[in-house]
Design a protein around this ligand. Structure first.
Ligand code: IPE
Ligand code: IPE
Ligand code: MG
Length: 233
């Protein structure tokens, strides 16, 4: 039996897409699909810990997702709240550090507080750094960075790429090595547009609630087969 070589990226980012189609195929509501997607995330976090991945970023709610029907938006907010409430102790025990990218201030107040609390409690954990992209948009992140740079009074001629990187939500987090998008869509949908310039992309037709450890392993094998050149020869 041939053993395939898995190369472990430092930072994996995932666009968790396809919950709605997964639900539709089963005659379920979209929110039931999101619930299944959330349950799936638990297993993928553990798989990342097992594989020794250091950073995992998951795209869960975009700045454009506010345009969905209000029932779905409200349901998603409640879902995140219950995840933070119910999973925090276990994630903390497993050494997962929770961070958030996106604008927290636009979220329902109770939810924002719960997210801040989870960040505070887990801030010294080092096994896996988990970034939850919620109310996140890559363009909005660049606007945010520009706002912070102006607020800090940094003169225009001193602004470098590093200045911008350091003022993004992700700050000093290493750029994603691998970005996976589930559900067959092949676009960025406003995800990590600054950080992802040299990321390897893996697109899989598997819908997010079905994306398990075996599928992650396949994506890691695909990643391992790529030659990263970063513009060099
Ligand atoms: C991804 O699943 C979750 C969010 C964007 C919140 P979708 O809800 O986009 O599922 P599809 O793309 O409609 O199947
Ligand atoms: C991207 O998925 C955002 C998340 C997975 C959170 P969408 O389903 O919102 O993206 P589009 O609309 O298909 O591009
Ligand atoms: Mg979608």
């Amino acid at each position: 039996m041939s053993e395939e070589i898995i190369k472990i990226p430092t930072h994996v980012a995932i666009i968790m897409d396809g919950n709605g189609r997964w639900a539709k195929a089963r005659g379920l509501t979209r929110l039931e699909g999101h619930k299944a997607g959330t349950e799936n995330l638990r297993g993928i976090i553990r798989a990342c810990v097992d594989f020794g991945i250091k950073y995992l970023t998951v795209y869960a709610f975009s700045t454009e997702n506010w345009t969905r029907p209000s029932d779905e938006v409200n349901g998603l907010m409640l879902l995140l709240e219950s995840v933070v409430e119910n999973e925090l102790a276990e994630l903390h025990r497993e050494g997962v550090q929770i961070r958030h990218i996106g604008r927290l201030e636009a979220l329902p107040k109770g939810l924002g507080e719960k997210v801040k609390n989870a960040i505070e409690i887990t801030k010294n954990n080092q096994r896996l750094i988990l970034y939850i992209a919620w109310n996140y948009g890559g363009r909005d992140e660049i606007v945010y960075a520009v706002q912070k740079i102006i607020e800090a009074g940094i003169p225009a001629n001193e602004v470098t790429e590093e200045t911008i990187t350091n003022h993004l939500f992700t700050q000093k987090c290493p750029d994603p090595d691998l970005i996976i998008r589930t559900s067959g869509e092949c676009r960025t949908s406003n995800f990590l547009i600054w950080q992802g310039i040299y990321s390897e992309w893996v697109f899989t037709p598997v819908l997010w609630p079905d994306f398990n450890k075996k599928e992650l392993r396949k994506a890691l094998i695909e990643y391992g087969s790529r030659e990263r050149r970063f513009g060099k020869v």
